[in-house]
Ligand binder design. Structure first.
Ligand code: FMN
Length: 428
């Protein structure tokens, strides 16, 4: 009997003409592996080699910063110039084995840069953060026009170095409350110049970054943009928003249409911000099953509105859900992050072994409720970083590792700075 080829195994041709071998899109996860001075390491290469051999079509790197003085979290790689080109080449070569694509995610954190690693953050507008997390983030300085232009140039420089090193695409991080997302948000962006006001002005920074990156890499090189469907996390429905004043779904669709006209190759859909994160305190299997695949309602809304390929990211745990999403046409790529840190060859298992199960994420706990509450988001992030670091050192992921070991790992690797919230609520 001949086996039916699953939709996830189908190739996809992007607007720039590049074809990717299947529909698995490994979404960005900060690896927390950078060496001294934010340099990439051989552990990055080993991790991406494992993922590439595991069958994923597109591997997006963890966010790489355009300025080493402005990091989003400890352990970020930064690429400002060619000083680390040899190690970048090793990383790109490893990530493009087995016909995989390896795209560098490029980012600037803006105000979302913890005070333990950055006392001088920048943002579209100044103003200290109120509330319980205010003390973890220094008051940002509002960017001048020259500084905005400098950051635009930095995105382009990082993208062209990525291309030179052998990465086969780039993703611009415009989601999750980082700098581009801050510009898009009417809450964070209170500028009165051409970069603030209506959405056509708040989106100017993103469009300038996109155009500069396109100019730097040329027309045949894939560029993705990770964009929030809105600044609310998926659990909040439109009619429950009340006084919500952030970047909303209508604005997001408008931005996507503009990006499509400008020649974007893929939109990676996400959501949430610093204060309303996409990953809640802990996303064990029960919470995951309750939520299902994230942003599906929004993905249904944009179907027919834009024709550029979409990668829906978040909550994909079963081969069944992946097939269904592709069959229904609500996404063209299946965005997966955490499950691939536990099962790096998940695509091979689904395509070649016809595996049809569910990857259950464990409930990460230290065994102490107070500690779990205090470190919730950091605990989960550190636990997944620990799994990636294991793979990077040639070991297997171990789902039985406890939360306490993850916290010790984070402190051992980055010092006490690892335990301060990296996002305003301490989650991704
Ligand atoms: C350890 C960790 C690091 C992450 N780092 C990034 C990042 O650098 N850039 C980004 O866009 N998203 C990042 N994310 C979010 C993921 O890309 C993804 O949107 C989220 O985990 C939901 O997908 P999942 O349910 O498949 O894990 C990170 C998530 C985790 C768990």
């Amino acid at each position: 009997m001949t086996q039916h080829t699953p939709n996830v195994a189908e190739p996809l041709t992007l607007p720039c003409g590049v074809t990717v071998k299947n529909r698995f899109y490994k979404s960005a996860m900060n690896e927390a592996m950078a060496g001294r001075d934010c340099a990439p390491t051989k552990e990055h290469a080993h991790l991406y080699r494992t993922w590439a051999d595991g069958g994923t079509g597109i591997l997006v790197t963890g966010n790489v910063m355009v300025d080493r003085t402005q990091l989003g979290e400890p352990g970020n790689v930064a690429v400002e110039d060619e000083r680390d080109i040899d190690m970048l080449r090793r990383w790109a070569a490893a990530g493009t084995r087995n016909g995989a694509h390896c795209w560098m995610q490029i980012n600037h954190p803006g105000r979302q840069s913890p005070i333990t690693i950055n006392q001088h953050p920048y943002a579209p507008s100044g103003g200290k953060l109120n509330g319980e997390y205010g003390r973890f983030f220094a008051e940002p300085t509002a960017l001048t026009i020259e500084q905005i232009h400098d950051i635009v140039r930095r995105f382009a420089t990082t993208a062209s170095i990525a291309k030179k090193a052998g990465f086969t695409g780039v993703e611009i991080h415009a989601a999750h409350g980082y700098l581009i997302s801050q510009f898009l948000s009417p809450e964070d962006n209170r500028r009165t110049d051409e970069y603030g006001g209506g959405i056509e002005h708040r989106a100017r920074f993103l469009f300038e970054v996109f155009d500069a990156v396109r100019k730097a890499v040329g027309p045949k090189f894939p560029i993705a943009v990770k964009l929030n469907s809105s600044d609310v996390p998926i659990a909040v429905k439109v009619d429950e928003r009340g006084a919500f004043a952030g970047f909303d779904e209508d604005e997001s669709i408008w931005v996507m249409k503009q990006l499509e006209q400008r020649g974007v190759d893929l939109i990676d859909i996400s959501g949430g911000t610093l204060e309303k994160p996409v990953i809640q305190t802990n996303s064990g299997a029960i919470e995951d099953h309750r939520r299902g695949v994230y942003f599906t309602e929004f993905a249904k809304r944009i179907k027919g509105e834009i024709s550029v390929p979409v990668a829906l990211t978040g909550g994909f745990r079963s081969a069944h859900d992946m097939e269904l999403a592709l069959t229904e046409g609500i996404t063209q790529m299946i965005g997966i992050a955490r499950p691939l840190a536990l099962v790096p060859d998940l695509p091979n298992r689904i395509i070649h072994d016809h595996w049809n199960g569910t990857v259950d994420l464990p409930w990460v706990t230290t065994g102490f409720k107070a500690l779990d509450r205090a470190f919730g988001g950091i605990l989960v992030i550190s636990w997944f970083e620990l799994q990636m670091n294991r793979i990077g050192r040639g070991r297997r992921p171990n789902p039985r590792i406890g939360g306490m070991r993850a916290l010790c790992f984070a402190i051992g690797k980055h010092g006490p700075a690892a335990l301060t919230p990296r996002r305003r609520k301490g989650h991704q």
